[in-house]
Design a protein around this ligand. Structure first.
Ligand code: AMP
Length: 473
């Protein structure tokens, strides 16, 4: 999972890109980068760490131009190496090309091996460089970016919300299943594309609409145009964006994430009601779910854990031991809200089980009598190949374990995960328009050794439209 943003704005872009990346920080904390183009030269800066640590005012002043793209990285493919930090920048003929990608390809090795056999070299270990290779090869054949994007959609298997800056033109496209989010916004003097609408809110830009699955958007100083390149028989929006990944205040594919989480909380109560003194969340990722639970159950919402806001997401720490220590640093209990109380503790998901087990220990040590754990996702049973860091089956606590076995392992008084049907209903989508691979083990794309229900993708012989469609541009 990563965050991407691209802006074309006559007023300059570096500060806007910086704030947009800041708003997308939750999508990746390993590294950040920005590339801009000023009409003659490419300016670029990237580094490891948080957006605020990577960029300084003087760096941003040097990132000149009225077009640029940015990226925050969360490593799902490619090691934590400086050369893997995005945007990736290339020279091709007389052109400056930058590329930023959110998603994960599942046919990288095959494609890469093919290029290497023909003598081509790679400078990173990311799947994003494969996208760049396909684009540049196709460009050298036809000279048309639109044809190159079409070739990408033919060859790439996986999830890809992608931004490409070629000199003074920005292109954005989304895989035909729309697995990863990408939205369009209107800035004061131009347009932007970003992973989530909160990036537009941060710039007081107007969110116009989502990029459609299989659609190509082109933005330059003259304005914005769109073209449908491919159409699939279904969509496969990542359900985890709604459960955990996206910010609750984002609107993704027409749905406010907060609403989904609140409905999940309400459903959790309806599916398995329990009597308790209070409802509490594991902050912040479980808070909207817990508020929905409290509304549905009429049990008061009383925070029992306070979060140290200055620590990153613990999941992203490299070793298990560091992750465990970080949980204690990150969450402090309020014993006065817990002593001799029966609490419903709501969280978004259980992956390896480390966090839940630790947190339940903290809550119990602070005096809770009963801890009823409610989880906003069904049990995670299978890995994610499409951009979320869900490990191998063996590392997943719910793999080959019943809910009762998981309950015992995390030492909860009771445990309930939302049902798959309840979750689907809470999102408002048809189940077949969601990627539920990590929950069902059935993926929307062919993946070696896994079950899949792939959809037919048709390519459209279209031209650019100047009207953006559903919403006024
Ligand atoms: P654990 O069960 O210890 O592996 O951690 C689960 C917690 O990590 C959840 O409650 C989420 O808040 C968070 N989480 C879930 N999925 C992810 C992910 N793919 N990347 C980072 N954090 C995640």
């Amino acid at each position: 999972m990563c965050g991407i943003v691209g802006i074309v704005d006559a007023g300059g872009v570096s500060i806007q890109l910086y704030y947009a990346l800041y708003a997308l920080q939750h999508r990746g904390q390993e590294s950040a980068g920005i590339s801009t183009f000023d009409g003659t030269s490419l300016h670029k800066f990237k580094g490891s760490g948080l957006v605020a640590d990577v960029f300084s005012p003087s760096v941003l002043t040097d990132l000149k131009g009225t077009i640029g793209i940015g990226h925050v990285r969360y490593p799902t493919t490619g090691q934590n190496l400086p050369e893997n930090i995005q945007p990736l920048n290339f020279r091709f003929q007389e052109h400056f090309i930058s590329i930023a990608h959110n998603g994960n390809l599942v046919n990288t090795s095959e494609l890469r091996a093919g290029y290497e056999r023909s003598g081509q070299i790679f400078i990173t270990t990311t799947d994003t460089e494969i996208i760049a290779k396909i684009l540049i090869n196709a460009l050298s054949n036809s000279g048309s970016v639109e044809d190159a994007v079409r070739t990408c959609m033919h060859k790439l298997v996986g999830s890809y919300a992608t931004l490409i800056m070629i000199d003074g033109v920005m292109y954005g496209f989304r895989d035909p299943l729309g697995i990863k989010p990408l939205g369009i916004g209107k800035t004061e003097n131009g347009y932007m594309l970003a992973s989530e609408s909160v990036a537009m809110d941060a710039l007081s830009a107007k969110f116009l609409r989502d990029v459609k699955p299989g659609e190509l958007i082109r933005i330059d100083a003259e304005g914005i145009r769109c073209m449908q390149v491919a159409v699939a028989g279904r969509r496969a929006h990542c359900v985890f964006e709604y459960i955990y990944f996206a910010r609750a205040d984002s609107i993704i594919d027409g749905v406010l994430v907060y609403d989904v989480r609140r409905k999940i909380g309400k459903t959790l109560y309806e599916e398995d009601p329990v009597k308790a003194d209070s409802v509490s969340s594991v902050p912040d990722s479980g808070t909207a779910h817990a508020i929905g639970y409290a509304e549905g159950s009429k049990i008061p919402f009383v925070e029992c854990l306070m979060k140290n806001r200055y620590m990153g997401r613990t999941f992203i720490m490299p070793t298990q031991k560091e992750r465990e220590r970080a949980v204690r640093m990150k969450l402090n209990p309020i014993p006065a809200h817990l002593k001799d109380k029966s609490v419903v503790l709501v969280d978004d998901s259980i992956v390896r089980g480390t966090t839940s087990k630790r947190i339940i220990g903290i809550v119990r040590d602070a005096g809770a009598r009963e801890i009823h754990v409610r989880i906003g996702s069904p049990a995670i049973k299978a890995p994610c190949y499409l951009g979320t860091d869900f490990p191998t089956r063996e590392e997943l606590i719910a793999h080959n374990r019943t809910e009762e076995e998981v309950r015992k392992s995390i030492t909860a008084t009771t445990l309930h995960h939302i049902s798959l049907e309840g979750l689907i209903k809470a999102t408002g989508f048809e189940g077949e328009n969601l990627c539920l691979g990590c929950l069902t083990g059935c993926y929307p794309l062919p993946i070696e050794g896994e079950n899949a229900r792939p959809s037919q993708v048709d390519f459209v012989d279209a031209t650019y439209q100047t009207k953006l469609g559903t919403f006024e541009a």
